[in-house]
Write a protein that binds this ligand. Structure first.
Ligand code: GDP
Length: 459
């Protein structure tokens, strides 16, 4: 049997390409990509607004909207036509509730936006978390109609919960869409009332005033979404940006191009010849053919022979942080690379750990979380059994200050610092060093019970 030469490896592990320079060039040439999550109380109008916005942006065809209009009329809920743009299954439609995170992309003048729809139903919070834990920025939708803002803003309302949650997960820029103002003849008084209350709350929650913009809109009528307001009742007092103008001005996240190479594997398949093809996302650094890498947690070393960028450019010279790419890897047994593996810089691999400390935000869970509580850790495409080993402290929801040390249990709605232990090693980073690999969720009995950020890798 003839062994395939793994390579004629150059002494040099590193590519001679200056990834940072290429990244900066690209920043000038191309529109930056931003992931956006839409949050807010149930029925605030999230789906309708984003569906209408996608329609106005030309992402959705007239024909499709027409079809949805016909179908929604049939079931007597004609206002749902736009919301259906974001809903994919018939079940969601007939219930009139968005159940899963649907992804959609659209472009503004200066940005490419990946949209993650966030369902507002209480039971469905878990789905929103998936979107929120990967979001760069958020649109918070508020139903302004009489009594509705109050319901969402009150105790147990999701306006507060969602805002606190995304802030804890690292989102700092926010557009607040004050929706359904059409039901109040575009009352400026109501707009100001809501803005004042939200300002106070969001400041406490840790958002900077300058990073939050308030926009009066009607998702249903499509007013002030992508073009300047036209309703005289609104234009009589409002001359500010439309929702899309605000989205277009979100600062693009700086991808960690200078950090060591990290590539999270989504999919593995046998490639041509002796190599394997791995599909995934570059979370930090850059990669080019001829680079030696190490696969974690397996610890197997190999050589990258080919790079295909997400734009479908095969034989790419390189691919950079933030990009989805397919790499051809040589010299590694296919059994050692799985979904959840991280391909790393050979001199600076990610740690594979079984114990970590995390800040957790607990959702609506009926049983209290106690020491020894069994959970499932979810992160990117990884699902691993884990246990809550220690409850270190209960934290204040917005300031993060310690409220109680060594609590006996953690209840729904609380924030806490805990130690999590896994059965098998996983590759995570501390949130402070690489946010992209420092967030995860915990599940129990089939539902998501907490969103978490890694505060310390233990062992
Ligand atoms: P979600 O649960 O936040 O996704 O809310 P939906 O988009 O499903 O909207 C909930 C309800 O509010 C539906 O009946 C919509 O037709 C209605 N709605 C949404 N936006 C507006 C708006 O701007 N004005 C009015 N009058 N109704 C709206």
């Amino acid at each position: 049997l003839q062994s395939t030469p793994v390579s004629t490896p150059s002494k040099q592990n590193k590519s001679t390409i200056d990834y940072k320079k290429e990244y900066e060039k690209r920043e000038i040439d191309e529109k930056p990509q931003i992931s956006l999550v839409v949050i807010g109380h149930v029925d605030a109008g999230k789906s309708t607004m984003m569906g209408h916005l996608l329609y106005q942006q030309g992402v959705v065809s007239k024909r499709l909207i027409h079809k949805y209009e016909q179908e929604s009329k049939k079931i007597g809920k004609s206002s749902f036509a736009y919301a259906w743009v974001l809903d994919e299954t018939g079940e969601e439609r007939s219930r009139g509730v968005t159940m899963d995170v649907a992804h959609n992309r659209f472009e503004t003048e200066h940005r490419v936006i990946t949209l993650m729809d966030a369902p507002g139903h209480r039971d469905f919070i878990p789905n929103m978390i998936t979107g929120a834990s990967e979001a760069d920025v958020a649109v918070l939708v508020i139903g302004a109609s009489t009594g509705e803002f109050e319901a969402g803003f009150g105790i147990g309302g999701q306006t507060r919960e969602h805002a606190l949650l995304i802030r804890s997960l690292g989102v700092s820029q926010l557009a607040v869409a004050v929706n359904k103002l059409d039901t109040l003849n575009w009352s400026q008084k109501r707009f100001i009332e809501i803005v004042e209350k939200m300002k106070q709350f969001l400041k406490q929650a840790g958002f900077k005033d300058s990073d939050v913009t308030y926009v009066p809109v009607s998702g249903l009528l499509g007013e002030n979404l992508i073009s300047k307001a036209t309703d005289p009742q609104l234009t009589s007092w409002y001359n500010g940006p439309s929702l899309i103008d605000v989205i277009d001005k979100f600062r693009a996240p700086q991808r960690p191009i200078e950090l060591p190479f990290r590539f999270c594997v989504n999919d593995v398949f046998r490639g041509q010849g002796s190599g394997i093809s791995i599909n995934g996302k570059i979370e930090s650094g850059g990669i080019s053919p001829g680079t030696k890498v190490i696969v974690m947690p397996a610890g197997e070393k190999g050589l990258i022979k080919g790079v295909e960028s997400n734009d479908g450019i095969s034989n790419a010279e390189f691919a950079l942080a933030g990009e989805h790419a397919t790499l051809t890897l040589h010299g590694v047994d296919i059994m050692k690379v799985t979904t959840g593996s991280v391909i790393c810089d050979i001199d600076n691999p990610i740690r594979a750990i079984t114990r970590l400390q995390a800040r957790v935000i607990v959702f609506n869970i009926e049983v209290p979380i106690t020491r020894g509580f069994p959970v499932e850790l979810h992160y990117k495409s990884v699902h691993e059994p884990a246990v809550i080993r220690r409850l270190l402290s209960q934290l204040h929801k917005s300031t993060g200050e310690v409220i109680a040390k060594k609590p006996k249990f953690i209840l729904k709605g609380q924030n806490a610092l805990v130690e999590v232990e896994l059965t098998r090693p996983v590759c995570l980073e501390e949130y402070s060093s690489l946010k992209e690999l420092g967030r995860f969720t915990l599940r129990y009995g089939g539902s998501t019970i907490a969103a978490c950020v890694v505060t310390q890798l233990l062992r």
